[in-house]
Structures are given as C-alpha cells and as structure tokens.
Design a protein around this ligand. Structure first.
Ligand SMILES: Nc1ncnc2c1ncn2[C@@H]1O[C@H](COP(=O)(O)OP(=O)(O)OP(=O)(O)O)[C@@H](O)[C@H]1O
Ligand SMILES: O=P(O)(O)OC[C@H]1O[C@H](OP(=O)(O)OP(=O)(O)O)[C@H](O)[C@@H]1O
Ligand SMILES: O=C(O)c1cccnc1
Length: 495
C-alpha cells in the first residue's frame, strides 16, 4: 500500500470529483479545452473564529502537479464508464486527448508557513481550462486540510506560550493519510514532535513520547513498572503517574528518580493524564521540588486544546509540556476550512483577458475578478495590512487606498513608500515546469514562527481577535463593482 508522501508522489490524476471530468469532456467538445483561464484558491473566513490562518500543503500540491498524467489504467477505467442508458460517458477521441495531456499550467502560491487572510489567493492556477478544472478538487483537498491543522496547531502553540507541544493524534485521526498529513501540518504550526513514527520517517519530524497505562497495569505495582521502565530507558523516563492515585504516583516517580540519580541518571519528568490538571500539576510540582527534582518536567495530556491550555495557564498550572492529540489532528471544533476555487479571468478569442465575477446575494461570496496578487506591507517587521491588486495595473507608490471586499465603507489609506513589502504569491510552476525550490519542513516551520511573530498579538487572540486589514486596491475594487453591476443588470433582463 502506498501512503501519503509516496501516495502524493504517484499518479493521482483521478483523485477528483466526477463533475470535473464531465466538465473537461464538455469543454473539449465545445472546443474550449485549451482556452486559457485563471482560477484562485482562497478561503472566506478564518477557522476556529480566529484572527489568522497558517497556509500549508503546497509541498503536496507540487507533487500532485508533477505527477499529473493520465496513465493507461486511468484511461481504461474511464473508457468503461457508462451513463444511465448504457452508453460510454466519454468518447474515445477525448480519452486520446487525455492521454496526450501534459501539465502546462502556471501556478503561483503563498508559501507554506505564511500567515494568510480571507479572500486573498493561497494558490493561483493559470492554464488551459481543462487542466485548471481538473485541479480544483485535489488542490482543495490538500490545502484545506493541512492549512486547517497548521492553524489549529499554531493556536495551540500560542496558548502554550512557547512550551513544547507534543502531537499525540495518530489514534484518533481521520484515517491514515489524515494522521500523516496532520502530523506534518502540526509540526509546521509549531508542535515540537509527533508520536507517529511513520510521520517521523516520512517527513523527518522528531518523534517523542512517554508510556501508556497498559505498561503500569502489566506489573503488580506501579513502583515496579516505573523501575522497569527506568531500567530500559534510564535517560528518557517520563513516568505516567495517574493510573491509580496521582499523588501516590508522583511519590513513586520520586522514589525511582532517586534510584536513577544514585546511578548518575536523571528522570526527565512525569505525565498526568486525568483529573484536575491545575490542581495535580501544582501538587506534583511541590512534591518534586521538595524532593530535590526542580528540573523534572510535568507533562499534561487529556483532551487538551488551545482553550483548555489557556485556561490552565490562567490557573497557574505547573505544566511544562503539553501532549495534544484528538482535538488537534481532527480540528475538533471546526473540521473543515472551506476554501474554494473560483474562476476569475478567461482569455477571449481576441486573446484578451476578461475578468469574471460570480455574483451572489451575499457580498461575502462575490469573488475577486482578474489576475490578482497580494502585497503585504510591513512596518518595523510587523505586518500592517494586505492589499489585493491587479497584476497588470501600476500601483501608486505615493498613496493607495485599500477597500474591504465585504464592506466598501471600510477603507484604509497607505503610503507604500513608508513600508517594506512582500508579494505573497510566488511562482511555483511556469508553463508546467517547476521553478520553485521546495523548502525543507524545518524551513517551513521557521517561516511559520517568524510570520506569526510579524503579526500583532491582537490578531492572535484566541477569542474575538482584532480584524487584520485586507483590502482591494482601488482599481480592483472599481473593476469588481463594475462587473457586479453589469451582471446584475443582465440578471434583471436589462442590457
Ligand atoms: N483545571 C482544569 N481546568 C480546565 N480544564 C481542565 C482542568 N483539568 C482538566 N481539564 C480538562 O477537563 C477535561 C476533563 O475531562 P474528563 O472529566 O473526561 O477527564 P477525567 O476526569 O480525567 O476523566 P478520564 O479519566 O476519563 O480522562 C479534559 O479535557 C481536561 O483536559
Ligand atoms: O487526549 P488526546 O489529546 O487525544 O491525547 C492523546 C491521549 O491518548 C492517550 O490515551 P487514550 O485517550 O487512548 O486513553 P485514556 O483517555 O483512557 O487515557 C493519552 O493518554 C492521551 O490522553
Ligand atoms: O507517548 C505518549 O505519551 C502518547 C502517545 C500517544 C497518545 N498518547 C500519549
């Protein structure tokens, strides 16, 4: 069985919704298959009612695109597909077209580990309609999940205020790939290690852990269990103290800690996995300090998330290391990000780009037209605002006004000359050729750390965060308004 990284590096061209293939066929029949288009992948709302989102998953997208090829077995499967009246869904000439198909798109994307905001593209795809369309589902599948988990991990790590967070999610994750991709994203979001050994092997994430209650239960007494563990791992003893009576467990841990010390070794610490974690961690700290083990760490686990960690912090819990599983890798309180992939421009027969909007009753859902990108402005290393702009329009460096895409009365004037700037979409593929050097996972994680540092703490609050300003550059705002009004006029039967 091929899994995750191996899986993504193999041919997954059929990992798409059926309607992408039927549209591809219909585009081909209509002679539109090669017509150039631009699609943007973006989300409309931060997950977890938060104030930021951490982009992740691009590495998998790159693998997916590199391997985008219809192979014999894929075509054989499509060939035998029948519609309701028993005739083939796809005609042979279309399958031949698919067989010849080479990936030739331009892809620009926000790098993994970048802080992202609603409505700005995370990925932009430009290329023949058929290819753009076939990429919609897999790109959303990859980016939605990893971005969601990286964001959850970042929130949990912010709550832990720099203390190590060990990811323990494998047993509760959504299947095998859900677990592995989550471990990767959790590491990007700041987790120190994973308990998932395969994630360690595939991605080079540090692997760490303690031991389970079953270890204790397999011995006559807890003390014996600790002693035997210390025998096997004299340098890595974290004793799970809550199998019978937590404070008695701490006493036993201290006894074995003393035995270890007499052999020139130090216990690393204890783990508490139940009960009132604030109460037991404080009691345990007092006992460990009183017995001469002030360096012994207290690890806490048991259905933790960012809110419980923040609460434990506010209760002055004496916890030094956080073990977090279920609620991290399943993004328990919001199980999907909801990013979408929308067409924003298409080349007409004259070879000119036509910007497109999908009009919606909800202004939140009106997409941003044209070929656009995002510029982030920084002052003294802090991000101050993002401007979404049309790539072919000059930007007035003396002063720009950015306009909120949902509420046009919210505007902000910026003097670009006073700021440092970064253009967020970076070239990844140029006409199907990879032009981006993939960073290592450590580099991605470091980027996430520095990106989060560049964000004011008011945007990182777990509850009711301050809104970070993201706006449309004036030309883009006007273009969007014009297109919306035009579309509505048509809707009303006027011309
Ligand atoms: N002081 C605390 N403040 C806030 N939340 C806490 C505190 N101590 C523990 N918790 C959290 O409360 C929840 C306790 O759940 P639960 O009652 O199921 O645990 P428990 O009593 O340890 O039982 P179990 O042995 O089944 O794990 C967990 O999510 C835990 O992380
Ligand atoms: O709580 P999570 O954040 O998912 O962290 C992982 C949990 O997995 C283990 O126990 P498990 O849940 O298997 O059994 P237990 O609850 O009976 O300890 C461990 O002791 C943690 O409590
Ligand atoms: O190593 C641990 O302590 C661990 C691993 C997985 C789940 N819970 C705890």
């Amino acid at each position: 069985m091929k899994i995750t990284k191996d899986l993504y590096q193999s041919n997954l061209v059929l990992l798409t919704d059926f309607y992408q293939l039927t549209m591809a066929y219909a585009y081909w029949k209509a002679g539109k298959g090669e017509q150039e288009a631009v699609f943007n992948l973006f989300f409309r709302k931060h997950p977890f009612q938060g104030g930021f989102t951490l982009a992740a998953g691009l590495d998998y997208v790159v693998d997916f695109c590199k391997n985008f090829k219809f192979e014999k077995a894929d075509l054989e499967y499509l060939e035998v597909m029948k519609d309701q009246d028993g005739s083939p869904v796809f005609e042979a000439a279309f399958l031949e077209y698919l067989q010849q198909l080479e990936f030739t798109c331009d892809i620009d994307a926000v790098e993994e580990g970048t802080v992202a905001f609603p409505n700005s593209p995370l990925v932009r795809v430009r290329g023949p309609l058929i290819q753009c369309q076939l990429l919609e589902t897999p790109l959303l599948n990859i980016i939605n999940f990893q971005t969601l988990i990286a964001t959850k991990a970042a929130r949990i790590n912010l709550a832990a205020q720099g203390e190590p967070v060990l990811e323990f999610g494998l047993r509760r994750a959504q299947g095998i790939d859900g677990a592995l991709a989550a471990s990767r994203a959790a590491y990007i979001g700041g987790c120190t290690s994973t308990s998932n050994v395969m994630a360690g092997k595939l991605f080079g994430i540090p692997v760490a852990g303690t031991h389970a209650h079953s270890w204790i239960l397999s011995f006559e007494t807890e003390l014996e269990a600790f002693e035997a563990y210390a025998e096997a791992f004299p340098d890595q003893c974290v004793f799970l103290v809550d199998t019978y009576d937590t404070l008695n467990g701490v006493k036993n841990a201290i006894k074995v800690g003393e035995i270890l010390r007499s052999k020139g070794k130090e216990m690393v610490g204890i783990r508490i996995d139940s009960g009132d974690l604030a109460y037991f961690s404080s009691k345990a700290r007092q006992m460990l300090d009183g017995a001469g083990f002030p360096e012994a760490k207290i690890v806490a686990s048991n259905d933790l998330d960012e809110h419980i960690i923040a609460s434990l912090k506010s209760q002055d819990a004496d916890i030094n290391v956080w073990g977090v599983g279920t609620k991290l890798v399943t993004a328990y309180d919001q199980p999907a990000l909801g990013a979408v992939y929308k067409l924003s421009a298409i080349k007409n027969e004259e070879g000119e780009w036509e910007p497109k909007v999908k009009v919606s009753q909800q202004s939140l859902k009106i997409n941003i037209p044209g070929i656009h990108n995002t510029k982030r402005y920084f002052s003294k290393g802090k991000a101050v605002a993002d401007m979404i702009f049309l790539e072919d329009q000059p930007i007035d460096t003396k002063g720009v006004v950015i306009i909120d895409p949902v509420d046009a009365t919210r505007r902000k004037r910026l003097m670009p000359a006073f700021y440092q700037e970064e253009v967020l979409l970076k070239p990844i593929f140029d006409k199907g050729k990879k032009v981006y050097k993939l960073p290592t996972l450590t580099e991605i994680r470091d980027r996430a750390t520095s990106q989060l540092e560049s964000l004011d703490k008011t945007h990182k609050r777990l509850v009711n965060p301050h809104l970070y300003p993201v706006g449309l550059e004036e030309n883009l705002h006007h273009l969007r308004m014009e297109l919306v009004l035009k579309a509505k006029k048509f809707d009303n039967g006027e011309d």
